[in-house]
Design a binder for this molecule. Structure first.
Ligand code: GRF
Length: 231
């Protein structure tokens, strides 16, 4: 799509109308980004990655995005005097690409109220534990060190509280006696790659309702589904 990020600043906020245009935010490896791209390509997910944004120019995932022909933006946080200012820069770029649903995929920045209010119930995150257990950094090692026997992966809606929004989907992963934090993390990652595209589909299809903080999946859409784009 030929659209310069600056050209559309102030365009229709995505929160007004969910679209099937995804904005994926990364900071590093980008394996969840690849899982999302794969799902859009093989038809499991009727959506398009409109832009990949990284806060780090050296993020490996940017290379894969470019290879896949997806537009990328590097928006570094250095130089922004406040979180709100950085969040506004992110939102401007996402609006410019007419993103309807934001997917955080290893994005190592806390998003603030400015961002969350721009995309109400339209920001997802994947976290490598069964939330609310082990929020924050290094969740796989936290779970391993704690000695839990079962951990897993969570996809949740992003709210202002860190790793605490309504839970869209979870997958459990047993902790084996022989596990190291690394072997455990790699089995959790396999589940993330399966879970995240499925959760994105559920949200785009509007097949849920929110009951307090409970995300309840439904067979029929309860929220207006994002319209399918014609090729
Ligand atoms: C994943 O473990 C995800 O759960 C966490 O950050 C990691 C990102 O990995 N939020 P990748 O960049 O998608 O490979």
């Amino acid at each position: 799509m030929e659209v310069r990020p600056d050209a559309l600043v102030g365009a229709t906020p995505a929160s007004d109308a969910m679209t099937r245009r995804l904005g994926v935010l990364i900071s590093g490896r980008g394996s969840n980004l690849r899982a999302i791209l794969d799902a859009t390509r093989d038809g499991r997910l009727d959506a398009q990655v409109a832009v990949v944004i990284s806060n780090r120019a050296e993020a490996k995932g940017l290379h894969d995005a470019r290879q896949a022909g997806v537009d990328v933006e590097v928006i570094e946080h250095v130089g922004h005097r406040s979180r709100a200012s950085y969040d506004r820069a992110l939102v401007r770029a996402l609006h410019a690409y007419q993103v309807g649903l934001v997917c955080l995929a290893g994005f190592m920045r806390i998003v603030g109220p400015t961002f969350v209010h721009a995309y109400p119930n339209a920001i997802l995150n994947v976290h490598p534990s069964l939330l609310p257990a082990f929020p924050g950094l290094d969740a796989q090692r936290q779970a391993w060190a704690h000695g839990v026997k079962i951990t897993g992966a969570t996809v949740h809606l992003v709210t202002e509280a860190l790793d605490a929004g309504p839970i869209v989907a979870q997958a459990s992963v047993p902790v084996l006696e022989a596990d190291t934090p690394e072997t455990l993390a790699s089995r959790i990652l396999e589940q993330e790659h399966r879970l995240y595209p499925e959760a994105i589909k559920t949200v785009l299809d509007g097949r849920y309702r929110l009951d307090g903080r409970r995300f309840v999946q439904t067979s029929e859409p309860q929220i207006a589904p994002a319209p399918r784009e014609r090729a």
